[in-house]
Design a protein around this ligand. Structure first.
Ligand SMILES: Cc1ncc(COP(=O)(O)O)c(C=O)c1O
Length: 432
């Protein structure tokens, strides 16, 4: 704990001196955050903020949740690290637990440290199992920061290098509000999913190892595919000998009202990736698959920190907290309530073009005339909410989607507070 706080300007100055410039931050006047307590954060001057972004869908069970941190600290003081060449118990307990809560027959886990690493591992596994090298991804996807996961990322802003892998082909995201094929659901008959067949025909059916997708695209702008999308696209993938990798890094662990978001579509992926909220804020990642696919990865694989006792015990404590507090049910109920309130604001303000999402993964897309993205206005609203001590997020290719992804412990009163302040913000901000 710092004895003397630098304050926001001191931190920005040191960031500029010592961090690589790509590490950006939100807000013109950002606060220095020094403490967290469930759905609240505190700055260095003691101001209290309602956190409606949870460090981007990470702190699902609340900041510094005492039931979790108590077990983290106990483990930290007992056995911190050995790596997987020695036997420890938390890693196998966690793998067993995940096997009991993941959909279908996903019973085998590999632990690593981040979402990028989990997706990188899933890609390796798909290549090993199928013997093929190419992948299909979605135009609004974000899958990570490493070479291959950045190659799988469709959002231009997050494709930092323009010399990425040629082994990835993109098809349009199921973004019904701005359909890339200029069609409307359900008359479209899921034409965007069937674009996959065209890609396969253009290349060779035999080259493609897997299709990868987020069940709800987070950074793409909280994009929720139609109800029959995943059954259709997973069937196309299977018919052509491809696996379905489901990136649940942002959506898993109660966020959408189900433990795993893909359960909303009743589809079992071949490989499922998780990270972010699994250990409620400690660095962790995993890819999880079925027994048959796992058998293709037998050559030695090790991650120095993957599944270490501290993160594994913290993940177990987090999952216990999910069960004892039924956090996914709270996400479903508060999410439904909050969504209704957002829809009321949409009726009141033209700038809200669309409200979408599931559970407590909700987005409000802000637009000007003719659906032109209202990026600047989105920033102004974010700043206004922060000045009124509320944090929300911002996503979407046009950086014009307000993202509401709070810790799953938030209450109706918290939801009412955000809506009231958002209402004020929308009233004050000059619109076209
Ligand atoms: C859907 C999705 N996949 C992968 C990643 C990459 O995860 P990480 O930042 O832990 O590497 C993210 C990060 O935001 C994500 O949202």
């Amino acid at each position: 704990m710092a004895e003397k706080y630098y304050g926001p300007s001191g931190i920005v100055e040191k960031k500029q001196k010592h961090l690589i410039p790509c590490v950006y931050h939100f807000y013109k006047n950002p606060p220095q955050l020094v403490r967290g307590e469930m759905q609240y954060l505190y700055d260095h001057e003691g101001n209290k903020y309602l956190d409606f972004y949870a460090g981007v869908s990470v702190v699902n069970a609340g900041h510094c949740n005492p039931a979790i941190t108590e077990r983290t600290c106990r483990q930290l003081k007992t056995l911190q690290h050995t790596t997987t060449i020695y036997l420890t118990q938390p890693i196998v307990e966690l793998a067993e637990k995940l096997s009991s809560i993941t959909p279908g027959n996903l019973t085998k886990s590999f632990f690593c440290n981040s979402g990028s690493e989990a997706n990188e591992g899933a890609v390796l596994l798909a290549k090993l199992f199928t013997g093929k090298t190419k992948f299909i991804s979605l135009s609004q996807a974000l899958h990570g920061r490493t070479y291959m996961t950045m190659s799988l990322t469709g959002i231009p802003m997050w494709r930092t290098d323009n010399r990425l892998s040629d082994d990835v082909m993109f098809i349009p995201s199921p973004y019904c509000y701005r359909c890339f094929l200029n069609l409307a659901y359900p008359a479209c008959d899921l034409a965007c999913a069937r674009e996959m067949v065209k890609v396969l025909q253009a290349g060779s059916f035999n080259d493609f190892a897997a299709f990868i997708a987020e069940p709800v695209e987070g950074n793409g702008g909280i994009i929720v595919p139609p109800p029959d999308y995943f059954s259709e696209i997973a069937a196309i993938a299977k018919k052509h000998g491809m696996l379905f990798i489901c990136d649940e890094i942002q959506t898993a662990f109660g966020r959408t009202g189900k433990m795993f978001a893909i359960e909303n579509w009743g589809v079992t992926p071949d490989i499922l990736t998780v990270a972010k909220s699994l250990a409620n804020g400690l660095p962790v990642g995993a890819f999880i698959t079925n027994s048959e696919i796992s058998e293709s990865y037998t050559r030695p694989g090790a991650s120095t920190f993957g599944g270490n006792p501290v993160t594994a015990e913290t993940a177990l404590a987090t999952l216990d907290e999910h069960e004892s507090k039924n956090l996914k049910e709270n996400a479903r109920q508060i999410g439904k309530y909050f969504r209704e309130k957002l829809l009321e604001l949409k009726d009141k303000y033209n700038i809200i073009g669309d409200v979408r999402g599931m559970g407590l993964m909700l987005g409000a897309e802000l637009v000007k005339k003719d659906k032109v993205p209202a990026g600047e206005e989105t920033d102004q609203i974010l700043e206004y909410l922060k000045d009124r001590r509320i944090f929300v997020g911002k996503t979407g290719v046009g950086r014009n989607v307000l993202a509401f992804q709070p810790p799953l412990v938030v209450t109706r009163d918290n939801a009412d507070e955000v809506i009231a302040v958002l209402d004020d913000a929308l009233e004050k901000i000059p619109m076209e």
